[in-house]
Design a protein around this ligand. Structure first.
Ligand code: GUN
Ligand code: ZN
Length: 435
């Protein structure tokens, strides 16, 4: 089946960098995106491409709006949806006071299913079409989020959280159950449709060495599954890691020691790394998830994007809800800009979009499938509408280029500006266009 969508269309071909390299992006003010059987077939100026599509193809007229690739959230906790914006703590106290009690309720499969469905639709409403998700220690919570994504045909990576030390008893597994339950979930879900599995040790503080060893063994048995964890987020955490793993050179060295650093390993935060860590991460193909709203909210620190990029590490943007304060990647780009500005680093709009599209796809090793509108990729895209709120509508009257328009949407926009979200060319039914 051929479909065509007419609107202004913008996407990245590579990283525009701090200087917003115009050659790194493509923009068609009056563009046509042609989709065939759910995949991108062609993109170009509407006038030209209209002549080349099969006769009778229905053209959806989205003139006046801006199509960009679906946004990609590289790190988020669905089980923390209901504790978003909980007051007053830094990481380790926040986990004990808010995150762990919330996660304990996911032992109840009905609760997990209810939250998973709401979470998935919140992602789509915010224009997020792919996410890498922490479930909880309970396998039924992993089943719930995969099933929710599957029902909408959404691309999603998730995994059972592994934690057997320094955590509440009701959330604790063991090295043996971590291995066995993860293996069963991999067999059930990995590679099923658009779903992928991530081996998910919470962080090295809450796993015994025996458990990290089992996680590494599983990773070596399944070389194409992802590894997903937290790394060097908070100074107190980093100090405790140094004591708990006194033999290690660094926090990253702990994961590397247990064979958890490789291509498709995604590390949330990465605030307290040194040059040697960054080089090791780049050499082994690991990626970093930049979580600005969470890093500010929990008072964790500032992510050094330039050093990561200079070292050759792939970086994608992430909301990290519930430590993060918004599921909107537009709002997350807004905070990313400020975090970088404080460090004399630049984040022009095109680079911000890259961090949440093609850059994020590279960080997840999914850039062959998603991230931009290269022919053959899956046609996940969103329709941004500058008239979504009164302030964005007003600001749109004075923007004079797509860069300015996007920049204003990043700062002022949210789910009100996501008019529709499409997965493989199909409108999902949770955007503003829909009841
Ligand atoms: N480190 C270990 N667990 C968590 C979590 O749930 N959220 C955040 N932000 N950091 C963590
Ligand atoms: Zn997190």
């Amino acid at each position: 089946m051929t479909q065509a969508f007419r609107a202004s269309i913008f996407h990245c071909l590579t990283d525009p960098g701090p200087g917003a390299d115009p050659a790194a992006v493509e923009y068609f003010e009056d563009g046509l995106l042609v989709v065939e059987d759910g995949a991108v077939a062609r993109l170009g100026p509407a006038e030209e491409v209209l002549k080349a599509i099969p006769e009778g193809t229905e053209v959806e007229d989205l003139t006046g709006k801006l199509i960009v690739p679906g946004l990609i959230d590289c790190h988020v906790h669905y089980s923390q949806l209901d504790i978003i914006a909980s007051y007053g703590e830094q990481l380790l106290d926040w986990l004990n006071r808010y995150a762990y009690p919330a996660e304990a309720s996911f032992a109840d499969a009905d609760h997990a299913r209810e939250v998973a469905d709401v979470f998935r639709d919140e992602l789509l409403r915010n224009g997020t079409t792919t996410a890498m998700v922490f479930a909880t220690v309970f396998p039924q919570s992993v089943d719930a989020i995969f099933a929710a994504a599957e029902r909408r045909g959404m691309r999603l990576i998730a995994g059972k959280v592994l934690m057997d030390e320094m955590c509440p008893d009701e959330l604790s597994d063991t090295p043996e159950s971590a291995y066995a339950e993860s293996k069963a979930l991999i067999e059930r879900w990995h590679g099923k449709g658009r779903l992928g599995y991530a081996i998910t040790p919470r962080f090295a503080l809450t796993s015994s060495e025996a458990q990290l060893r089992e996680a590494g063994r599983l990773a070596s048995e399944y070389p194409d599954v992802w590894v997903h964890t937290h790394l060097a987020e908070n100074t107190e955490e980093v100090d405790q890691i140094a004591k708990q793993f006194a033999w290690s050179r660094s926090y990253l060295d702990v994961y590397d020691h247990f064979d958890l650093l490789r291509k498709r390993s995604v590390f949330a935060h990465c605030l307290y790394l040194d040059e040697q860590d960054r080089k090791l991460m780049a050499d082994k193909g690991g990626a970093g998830a930049f979580c600005p709203t969470s890093n500010l909210f929990l008072g964790s620190g500032l992510f050094d994007l330039q050093s990561m990029v200079d070292a050759g590490v792939n970086v994608g943007l992430a909301t990290d809800v519930g430590g993060g304060t918004s599921l909107s990647l537009l709002q997350t780009m807004n905070e990313a800009y400020k975090v970088l500005h404080l460090q004399q680093q630049s984040l022009p709009a095109s680079r911000a979009l890259h961090l949440a599209t093609l850059g994020a796809a590279k960080a997840l090793d999914l850039d062959a499938r998603i991230g931009n509108f290269e022919a053959g990729k899956e046609a996940d895209f969103i329709v941004l509408d500058a008239t979504g709120s009164s302030i964005t509508a007003r600001r749109a009257q004075t923007t004079t280029s797509v860069d300015e328009q996007l920049f204003a949407l990043i700062f002022l926009g949210d789910d009100r500006n996501v008019a529709a979200t499409y997965l493989q060319g199909e409108r999902t039914g949770v955007g503003k266009f829909d009841p």
